[in-house]
Design a protein around this ligand. Structure first.
Ligand code: CTP
Length: 417
């Protein structure tokens, strides 16, 4: 691909300390075949200087609308972009963008861009939570911009809380996801989704457990893509060691009982729930308080008790707790994949069941997946083979289709009243 065919990203940099992390994001963007034009604010240059941005992007860097006026940069840069990504988006930038101010090159660019726009806010928790900032975020979201929720963790100095810029690799994933979908990128805006990922562990003693091979990759791909499509995402992660997706609220759990409790709480008010976690069906009846010693001789068979079937329970209680909610299950099968899947779909009663074949190196821990998506009332959708992100997008397309249908039915009911 020639350089001019590469996606053109405008990287707007705000005046926050997290600007230093954006150097790494810039490097990752250029190394993964994007042309990047950096547009820092004057305050951003106090944190990271112009030569750094110019050297890493290989493009001239201007801040002021009065630089290089003959090229009309205040219009051209925004017009020619495929994506504008602002990181860190300070409270000040969010306020200016929401108000439509245009007093420097970045704010002019935001007004002229017709491509998708992502804001990755970073600031102190109090500034993020302030009603003024929250109003500005709501305004920008209502206009179709993707405003990611900041991550939780260490802030400048000794403070911790919500307000951190997500890590560069997860911002790169969001940028890629949005570029892949172009104009329809924020079709899940206003939706709340809950996803379980990973594999539960059932303690035998303080150092041993019964577990499974699930890496959490498919669940994390679902969370990443939903957040990149504008959804408010809660990710319930059972024993996963993957980078945190940007803009996603993560609740870590260990055992099936914990997962069950968290899902029961989090499903309230959610538009969709996806059970991508591999759940242990049984747990040891007694969880020994001290380590079982070899000198005690070979262990007697471990007595097991049945765990709750979380998916079944979510479906069973849907009518009374969340009538319109779309519920998606996953099934990993080693043989008779579609037949076993159909039987499982009937047994669980969910709206969609994503069935894939596992074993012999397939699915667990890999970046790609293959699956059939079954539903009780529509033809099977085949996902022949591809990245887990693409399968995730396919699942969200089907969820979104159902949510849109149920919105239409509600509107029909309203107008007939
Ligand atoms: N699941 C669940 N709770 C369980 C077991 C499974 O919520 N105790 C969910 C999984 O998250 C998945 C779906 O049910 O979305 C199917 O999981 P799977 O392990 O394939 O189904 P099982 O019912 O455990 O059937 P089997 O292991 O016999 O194939």
């Amino acid at each position: 691909m020639s350089d001019t065919q590469l996606p053109q990203v405008v990287l707007g940099v705000g005046g926050g300390i997290a600007a230093y992390k954006v150097c790494e994001l810039l490097r990752r963007l250029t190394e993964s075949d994007h042309r990047v034009r950096v547009v820092p604010t004057a305050d951003a240059l106090r944190f990271v200087g112009e030569p750094t941005w110019a050297a890493l992007s290989g493009q001239p860097v201007v801040t002021d609308v009065w630089d290089g006026v003959h090229e009309v940069p205040h219009v051209r840069i925004g017009q020619s972009a495929d994506l504008v990504l602002v990181a860190p988006a300070t409270a000040n930038i969010l306020a200016k963008a929401a108000a439509g101010l245009a007093d420097d090159l970045l704010t002019n660019t935001l007004l002229t861009a017709r491509c998708p726009v992502i804001f990755a806010p970073a600031m102190h928790t109090e500034m993020w939570e302030h009603p003024a900032t929250q109003n500005n975020v709501a305004t920008l979201r209502s206009r179709g911009a993707l405003v990611l929720d900041p991550a939780v963790g260490r802030l400048t100095g000794v403070d911790t809380g919500r307000g951190r810029l997500p890590e560069p690799e997860s911002l790169l994933e969001v940028a890629r996801s949005v570029l892949r979908r172009g104009a329809t990128s924020t079709d899940l805006a206003g939706r709340r989704v809950v996803i379980s990922a990973g594999g539960t562990r059932e303690a035998i003693d303080p150092v041993r457990f019964i577990g499974n091979h699930s890496s959490g990759r498919q669940g994390y791909a679902l969370a990443r893509t939903a957040a990149a499509r504008g959804a408010e995402v809660t990710l319930v992660a059972a024993n996963v060691s993957l980078p945190e997706p940007a803009g996603v609220r993560i609740i870590p759990v260990v055992s099936t009982e914990e997962l069950s409790e968290v899902m029961a709480t989090e499903r309230v008010g959610a538009d969709a729930v996806v059970m991508a976690a591999a759940v242990a069906d049984f747990r040891p009846v007694s969880d020994a308080e001290s380590k079982i010693k070899k000198t005690e001789g070979p262990p007697t068979p471990i007595a097991l008790a049945e765990n709750p079937d979380i998916l079944l329970e979510l479906v069973r209680t849907r009518a009374q707790r969340a009538p319109e909610q779309i519920i998606v299950g996953f099934a990993a099968e080693t043989d008779n994949v579609v037949a076993n899947g159909q039987a499982k779909l009937e047994r669980k009663g969910c709206d969609l069941l994503v069935v894939n074949q596992v074993g012999q190196g397939r699915a667990f821990g890999t970046k790609d997946n293959q699956a059939s998506i079954l539903s009780p009332d529509r033809p099977v959708v085949e996902f022949s083979h591809g990245p887990k992100e693409n399968l995730a997008d396919q699942v969200w397309d089907l969820v979104q289709e159902r949510l849109a249908e149920s919105d239409e039915q509600d509107m029909g009911l309203d107008s007939s009243r």
